[in-house]
Design a protein around this ligand. Structure first.
Ligand code: AMP
Ligand code: TRP
Length: 332
């Protein structure tokens, strides 16, 4: 039966260039799930608009992210790959859900509190209602699982609350989704401040490695990564910098931290770092090559995201129509 597979949906904002954190923590896992789930992966361009974007850059990054999904091994025949704004049902459902979400709930979102503190007066209403659009993304597809980083857990909770509220007020309409906080995927930390998660929005380029960083840049950034003066390659809380490099290497080679520790017994940080850098270069080079090829093949790229939007729209519109009908909107 076609519907026997569980549904997965996730999205990444085209608000910055993707890092190896996105690659090892998210995209690589998506690839490993593609045979067992009915998966939807989108580039959430509407979410990126909650903070000011340069239009040309937004366009370029949206396409680049689609190319990165494909180049990393996501098969468009097995997954629905699309651009959020190409499926208008997301915006429409977000409005409807907005009418069921409380100001208090949105005020409690830590991501909003953090971002609005930084932005002060110029914080947009879109940033405030961002989690409602995310709930729409998820609920429209009868999603079972949402693979995200732990920072998104609160947003998934809200999506669940909205689904339950709507189901109770009307009749069962939405599947109540679960967050899927990857135990498979590594949590990659900032290379300069390894207590923090590596992020594409960091101001210091030495703190992250981009999926598209050239080999010499990758080598330089890894050689500059913060370590410690203990001098032993060991996975421990005392050595967050070294532990992070062990995680990165392990996520690429599939080795366990203990195996890596053993391999580097009596070997210095310089050699270890150089090996980590080479592993990253080797992992990313074919992906980069493929991304460049894909970006030159406009007709293929278009066929992927148009097909994706068509498949996604079919499912999303069915759910949207149900919502509208239950709310008392006249069917068209
Ligand atoms: P973001 O870049 O924060 O919008 O996250 C997009 C996706 O990439 C989410 O599923 C995150 O869990 C994942 N991700 C982002 N940064 C990291 C990181 N440093 N380590 C692991 N996963 C990450
Ligand atoms: N808010 C998510 C993030 O910043 C991105 C996102 C938007 C998302 N819609 C989603 C993730 C739906 C999962 C499902 O990471």
């Amino acid at each position: 039966m076609e519907n026997a597979k569980k549904v997965i949906l996730s999205g990444i904002q085209p608000s910055g260039d993707l890092t190896i954190g996105n690659y090892l923590g998210a995209i690589k896992n998506w690839v490993s799930l593609q045979d067992d789930y009915d998966s939807y992966y989108c580039v959430v361009d509407l979410h990126a608009l909650t903070v000011r974007q340069n239009p040309a850059e937004l366009r370029a990054r949206t396409l680049k992210n689609i190319a990165i999904y494909l180049a990393s091994g996501l098969d468009p025949a097995k997954n629905t790959i699309f651009i959020q704004s190409h499926v208008p049902a997301h915006s429409e459902a977000a409005w409807l859900l907005n009418c069921f979400c409380y100001m208090g709930e949105l005020s409690r979102m830590t991501q909003f509190k953090d971002k609005s503190q930084k932005l002060g007066e110029s914080v947009s209403a879109g940033l405030f209602t961002y989690p409602v659009l995310m709930a729409a993304d998820i609920l429209l597809y009868n999603t079972d699982l949402v693979p995200v980083g732990s920072d998104q857990k609160q947003h998934i909770e809200l999506a669940r609350d909205l689904a339950i509220r709507f189901n109770n007020l009307y009749s069962p309409t939405f599947k109540v989704p679960d967050a899927y906080i990857g135990n498979v995927g590594a949590r990659i930390m900032d290379l300069q401040e390894p207590q923090k998660k590596m992020s594409k929005s960091s101001e210091n380029p030495n703190s992250y490695i981009l999926i598209m960083d050239p080999p010499d840049v990758i080598r330089k950034k890894i050689s500059r990564a913060v370590t410690d003066d203990i001098g032993v390659v060991r996975f421990s809380e005392e050595q967050p910098g070294i532990s992070n490099l062990i995680s990165i290497l392990g996520a690429i080679t599939g080795e366990k931290p203990q195996e890596i520790e053993k391999k580097y017994e009596g070997i210095g940080y310089a050699q270890f770092k150089s090996d980590v850098a080479e592993a990253i270069v080797e992992e990313l080079s074919p992906v980069q090559e493929k991304v460049k090829q894909l970006l030159e093949d406009k007709p293929y790229m278009e066929s992927v995201y148009k097909n994706g939007a068509e498949k996604a729209s079919y499912v999303a519109n069915k759910t949207l129509r149900k919502m509208q009908k239950k709310l008392g909107l006249i069917p068209r």
